[in-house]
Design a protein around this ligand. Sequence first.
Ligand code: NDP
Length: 314
Amino acid sequence: MTEEVRKVIILGSGPAGMTAAIYAARANLEPLVLEGIQPGGQLMITTDVENFPGFAEGVAGPELMEVMKRQAQRFGTEFEQVNVERVEFQKDQRVLHGGGKTYRCRALIISTGASARWLGLESEKRLQGHGVSACATCDGFFFKDKEIAVVGGGDTAMEEANFLTKFGTKIYVIHRRDKLRASKTMQERAFKNPKIEFVWDSVVTEILGSPEEGVQGVRVKNVKTGEENKLSCQGYFAAIGHTPNTQIFEGLIDMDEAGYILTKPFSTHTSVPGVFAAGDVQDKKYRQAVTAAGTGCMAALDAERYLEELALTE
Ligand code: NDP
């Protein structure tokens, strides 16, 4: 079995991982990025990114990730497309197993991100990027003067619905129960907003439309009466939560009850020395490419300092 030994390994290749790689490589730490199952992260399924500073005309998500990768490679970052299946934290080494190989490193940066939860409908998948989205901040702007459906009853759904009222003419919040899970303040804000209409006790059974003409509506079923209706809308946002990609770290590192990695205030240090976390894997609040990139930079600087201190004590 082959073994790689590195100063720094970065797990995950979204904006957090790529930025960590750029900084670590420029600090001569010769980082290796293990790209994971979705190289480039969530931006690879986004169409236009218009809020990443530096791109006045906007940039396609996959293109932005390609540019970041080239920038990281320019300073010597190496990439491997491997999915890490198992992790061990030894006293002075972090050991990763995946793709039939073992990787050892002094400092590990976890930037495995989070995945938006979807209802799992075939039509939801087919129309992704054609009116179906899971991020209002990213895509809301494309729905000016349109009708939009938001699915979910938590804080994310309320936040997305409120935000979308800046663009849409009408926002339907479709929730499977008759009570919201969202905090009282968020609920009240949504109830007060005249553009938001709640569709209670209902589930979306199909999203109507085609990639050519975009979303045309949703088919909604009332779970109490069994009645089915069609709602006209040109946008559909799934807001039923995110799942942080931390399964392989369960029991090894401190996480909150939802599985997000806990970091020490104003740093990327985790509960394990030499292990740092950046991006959506430790952030359920901001979840932006630019904030992920910011914490990726912090993680590389924290890792660099950790390695310097380690060298002094050895
Ligand atoms: P939550 O888990 O809180 O809510 C998910 C919502 O989606 C629930 O209403 C749930 O319904 C519904 N849902 C889940 N699965 C399905 C399904 N298959 N079909 C239909 N509906 C479904 O996730 P959020 O993302 O809203 O929030 C996650 C965490 O992040 C929370 O702690 C929240 O407070 C926090 N947050 C804070 C924000 C802020 O402070 N600004 C903004 C956004 C999030 P049901 O209620 O029936 O279970």
